[in-house]
Design a protein around this ligand. Structure first.
Ligand code: BDP
Length: 725
């Protein structure tokens, strides 16, 4: 008995201890890990679900291609999740069913749709009667377009619609809609902040991960139809037989999803892997080598997309090494690919070593004179701004300047210059700003969007590329909200006139919550987030103030790099008189590259939009800022402070969402915001303290002193910051 009591006491104490341990043990919320992206298909509200069941009794996919199989699988999964499942009718379509078909598969459809205007990728979703049966129809000319229609249909359901209400036509405005992966063959991702490369090159071609399929689904859901698998700073090996087998394995996975594979090639490949003595594009042996290489590639991958090329830029080889032009280099590759239907995306991100021209002007100087000299299967790929993916830049003056050469837009989706994957910055507003900018190339209405979609100059091909932010992180992009940048890129590549707020809204409702107030709050944060970033990093048109190499954090003081135009001091030009880079006619005259009336507007500080003031002008510290009446110095400081405070307020706003969205997603964003706030203040303090050494003016009244000392900030080093080039 005594023994038993003793045992009981012991057991009791053990329970107490273990529950105490349990109580204090740190816990981490369970929840949604973000892997499903915006394709979650969680159950819809009862009333909506009932209505859907009333409207659709069964569904039928008429085709029998690999793509049709993908559509079936997606519909099964999605309808199961959204409304508890709807039966597939494998043989035909009955009354009140959802029918997915091309007019070839169901000829009676022909009179109901305008096939010609849909092209190969457009689709329509509408309600109509066929053989006396009321149907909801997703119709298109190809199975891939039907897949796009399927994803739109599912998106509409998730946005609260029911099939009976749908009546839409959607045709992509841009032909080539690609992601660019800056992924190396060793799986390091240049400027990648979401883990390693999702391509496991070593295990390919035999080992194919499920995430390759989910990657394809996600892209197809946005209409992205191409992927460039490897870094623009290319490794020549990617087109050797060993790697082509691996590329083929990925192409096979992606084909049913309408996604073509492309690779970045090194211009000197004939020498590096071909054993030739030169890579001169006018040398017949070199031309033959590329032709043979193209034949070899298309033998293995018949629908291979083509090449992306970074040439004569940042140390990469190119035609310039042999005294040839970019057009001569690009044409040689285009000629090799043309018989197979392939294209060349030739980058205009060039700034030559030997040129003494201000950097923002060089791409235009190089490419404008080549207009009309490129083959028909070439797109020149231009970054949105004339420098390099900065938080804010005016649009590149190449847009609109080359009527005979299609300019393909290149956006950065990964956040190299925008705080990596811990700053919560929605880039939709930045993309929209660039695409909606007026070039005035053919008078008013000549927006960048119309240059890029080819409609302004009637180009026969058009394209948009996004440098991917995707990696092996479970949530793909390292930060739940940054998935929206992949999403908005894809949606704007489909429709360059789409609006950032509409897209943010639809992304939130599919990914995070459908609760109105919560949606509104998250959208509000997303929509303001990029402007805050501009404020705490590079307000008033400042740019390229990031630290050296990794670009993590502020480094406005850096002035010792190999090239003048790699130094932040080159860009801000702060001195005792003022700050900013004079690109007006009295300075570098970069404004001359823009059409009137922009060139006149940008020529004078009074008519330059404030957000570009220091991009185009070097102004005295006492210069009066029109919108606020403050001096330039006071305004600069105010903006730095405002940006940091806005981020802090955003973090507090996020905190109010606890319990209102998935706990794990909430927590992940909250933790990232802790870093974001800290780093916004770091940017603010470091930049203000540094610029103060020139302005010699006090921190404006009412603002606290920046914490820390400039010396401390300058001494900070981050040898292991991710994503290095
Ligand atoms: C710069 C990046 C560098 C890229 C380069 C490019 O820092 O890693 O290689 O752009 O676009 O912004 O080629």
């Amino acid at each position: 008995m005594k023994y038993l009591t003793c045992l009981r006491t012991l057991l009791f104490m053990a329970t107490l201890i273990s529950s105490a341990v349990y109580a204090v043990a740190p816990t981490f919320p369970d929840g949604d890990d973000g892997y499903r992206l915006w394709l979650k298909y969680d159950s819809l509200e009862k009333s909506q679900s009932k209505k859907i069941h009333r409207e659709i009794k069964s569904w039928h996919v008429a085709g029998d291609s690999a793509t049709s199989a993908v559509i079936r699988k997606e519909l099964h999964m999605a309808l199961e999740g959204l409304v508890g499942g709807i039966a597939e009718n494998e043989r035909s379509f009955g009354k009140r069913s959802l029918l997915l078909a091309t007019p070839e598969q169901v000829p009676a459809l022909a009179e109901h749709i305008d096939s010609e205007s849909l092209g190969d990728e457009g689709y329509t979703i509408k309600n109509l009667k066929l053989d006396g049966k009321a149907l909801t129809v997703i119709a298109a000319n190809t199975d891939v377009a039907l897949l796009y229609g399927t994803f739109d249909f599912l998106r509409q359901l998730q946005l609260g619609k029911t099939p009976g209400e749908l009546d839409l036509v959607s045709v992509p405005r841009i032909d080539v809609r690609t992601l660019n992966h800056w992924d190396n063959l060793d799986r390091h991702v240049e400027r990648g902040y979401s883990g390693s490369s999702i391509w496991d090159w070593h295990k390919l071609p035999e080992y194919v991960y499920p995430h390759y399929y989910d990657y394809a689904r996600a892209n197809a859901s946005l209409g992205i139809n191409g992927t460039v698998l490897n870094n623009v700073n290319a490794n020549a090996l990617v087109i050797t037989p060993h790697y082509l087998e691996k590329v083929k394995a990925l192409a096979d996975v992606f084909r049913p999803y309408g996604i073509k594979v492309y690779v970045s090639v090194k211009f000197s490949s004939p020498q590096l892997i071909g054993g030739l003595k030169t890579s001169d594009p006018l040398d017949p042996a070199v031309q033959q080598w590329w032709k043979d290489k193209a034949d070899e590639i298309y033998d293995i991958i018949p629908d291979f997309g083509g090449f992306l090329v970074k040439a004569n830029s940042e140390g990469q080889p190119g035609p310039g090494d042999f005294g040839r032009t970019h057009a001569e280099g690009a044409n040689m590759l285009a000629d090799a690919l043309a018989p197979h239907g392939g294209i060349v995306m030739w980058r205009a991100f060039v700034y030559a070593h030997d040129k003494n021209e201000e950097r923002s002007k060089q791409a235009y100087s190089e490419f404008k004179p080549l207009d009309g000299k490129f083959r028909k299967n070439i797109l020149v790929q231009v970054k949105n701004g004339p420098i390099d993916f900065q938080p804010r830049e005016p649009f590149s003056p190449l847009f609109g300047a080359t009527p005979q050469t299609p300019m393909m837009m290149e956006f950065q989706v990964t956040m190299e210059y925008l705080g990596f994957s811990t700053h919560m910055v929605y880039l939709g507003t930045m993309y929209e700003e660039a695409l909606q900018a007026e070039t005035y190339a053919k008078g008013e209405g000549s927006t960048v969007a119309r240059v890029v979609d080819g409609s302004l100059f009637n180009n026969s091909i058009s394209g948009m590329a996004g440098v991917a932010n995707i990696g092996t992180d479970r949530n793909w992009t390292g930060h739940p909200i940054l998935q929206s940048n992949w999403y908005v890129f894809g949606r704007m590549a489909w429709d360059p006139d789409a609006r950032a707020d509409v897209i943010a809204d639809e992304w939130i409702r599919q990914t995070l919550t459908r609760e109105k107030k919560v949606v509104a709050s998250i959208k509000d944060m997303m929509m303001r987030s990029r402007e805050m970033t501009v404020d705490y990093m590079t307000p008033l048109g400042l740019h390229h103030l990031m630290a050296t190499g990794h670009h993590y954090g502020p480094g406005p003081w850096v002035d010792n790099l190999g090239r003048d135009d790699w130094n932040p001091t080159y860009y801000h030009r702060a001195d005792k008189n003022g700050i900013g880079l004079d690109r007006s006619p009295s300075g570098e005259n970069a404004v001359e590259q823009y059409f009137s009336p922009l060139k006149e507007q940008f020529a004078k500080p009074e008519t330059t939009p404030e957000e570009f003031l220091l991009w185009f002008h070097h102004l005295p510290w006492d210069y009066k800022i029109k919108s606020t009446g403050r001096t330039l110095w006071d305004e600069l400081v105010h903006r730095y402070y405002q940006g940091a405070e806005d981020v802090k307020a955003m973090a507090a706003q996020w905190d109010t969402l606890e319990g209102k969205i998935d706990p794990l997603q909430f927590k992940q964003v909250q933790m990232a915001l802790d870093i974001h706030v800290k780093e916004a203040y770091w940017w603010r303090n470091a930049c203000v303290l540094y610029f103060q050494t020139f302005s010699k003016r006090p921190i404006p009244d009412g603002l606290e002193k920046p914490e820390g000392s400039l010396e401390e900030y300058k001494a900070m080093e981050f040898p292991y910051a991710p994503g290095r080039g």
